[in-house]
Design a protein around this ligand. Structure first.
Ligand SMILES: C[S@@+](CC[C@H](N)C(=O)[O-])C[C@H]1O[C@@H](n2cnc3c(N)ncnc32)[C@H](O)[C@@H]1O
Length: 251
């Protein structure tokens, strides 16, 4: 059964910003239903993001819609066959030269810098692997159609590329101009300046005997900004010292 694209928009539908096209190839397209919600769902309605989720099995040619086969050379598990990938990528990249991302635990690690870089592209394609992964020749072939990136969500192994793709689309999507209403909230976030974000508080000022730091009630914006920066450094030093420069003097 063909899974309908999350939302198809014509470029003339966009109200502001530029349209970024994102194609996803997966044998479990329903995973991506969650991307119709919240900010990314809204971004599709307003025409900022054109997300098209497609079932890889659409490009199979046999009765059983087979996408996997046994590995050459032996070994455990199954490998995704190249033929459906080739046909799908041919169709999806017919009118453009996209950036083609294959989530992989053996790829470069995804960071905020990767998200920022990818948020500037006009056409992204995500190819979600399953089983033991995709026949290696698919990556070589895809590089004739566009830029290929193998990207890991982190040093652990997932069952498939869907969750990794969703995480990447969310991180990339919120950096597309217009997707997050207040762009200032993006600037202050963790990883944007190489540090973790400072702690946040809201009302009431005392909750179950825990008080909000006095400085935040002072109304003195310069003092608050200095306190927040100190908190960022302290928190990063404690939780993620690997993010700080070795000598830690320039922070
Ligand atoms: C079970 S994994 C295959 C792992 C592969 N045999 C290996 O050892 O590198 C199946 C698919 O899940 C996805 N995947 C698993 N771990 C991932 C990670 N850390 N980051 C991104 N994608 C991942 C990839 O799409 C991969 O093709």
């Amino acid at each position: 059964m063909r899974h309908p694209p999350t939302l198809l928009l014509h470029p003339s539908d966009r109200r502001y910003g530029s349209l970024v096209r994102i194609d996803v190839l997966s044998i479990f397209p329903s995973y991506f239903d969650g991307l119709t919600l919240s900010l990314l769902g809204k971004a599709q309605h307003t025409g900022l993001i054109d997300l098209r989720v497609r079932d890889l099995r659409e490009w199979t040619t046999d009765r059983h819609r087979t996408v996997d086969d046994t590995p050459y050379g032996g070994g455990a598990g199954m490998v995704m066959k190249p033929e459906p990938w080739g046909l799908a990528l041919d169709e999806i990249s017919a009118d453009s030269r996209p950036t083609i991302i294959f989530p992989s635990p053996a790829g470069e690690v995804f960071t905020q810098a990767t998200a920022r870089d990818l948020s500037t592209r006009e056409h992204l394609v995500f190819g979600c692997g399953r089983y033991e992964g995709i026949d290696e020749r698919v990556f070589d072939y895809a590089s004739t159609l566009g830029e290929v990136r193998l990207i890991s969500l982190g040093d652990y192994v997932l069952n498939g590329g869907e969750v990794a793709t969703m995480a990447m689309i969310e991180a990339i999507g919120r950096l597309i101009p217009g997707v997050v209403g207040n762009p200032e909230s993006l600037v202050e976030e963790s990883h944007e300046d190489g540090l973790l974000e400072y702690p946040s508080y809201t009302k009431p000022s005392v909750w179950r005997d825990h008080a909000v730091p006095d400085v935040l009630l002072s109304g003195n914006h310069a003092v608050i900004a200095a306190w927040r920066h100190e908190q960022q450094i302290e928190r990063t030093r404690r939780r993620r010292p690997d993010l700080l420069p070795p000598e830690n003097e320039s922070v």
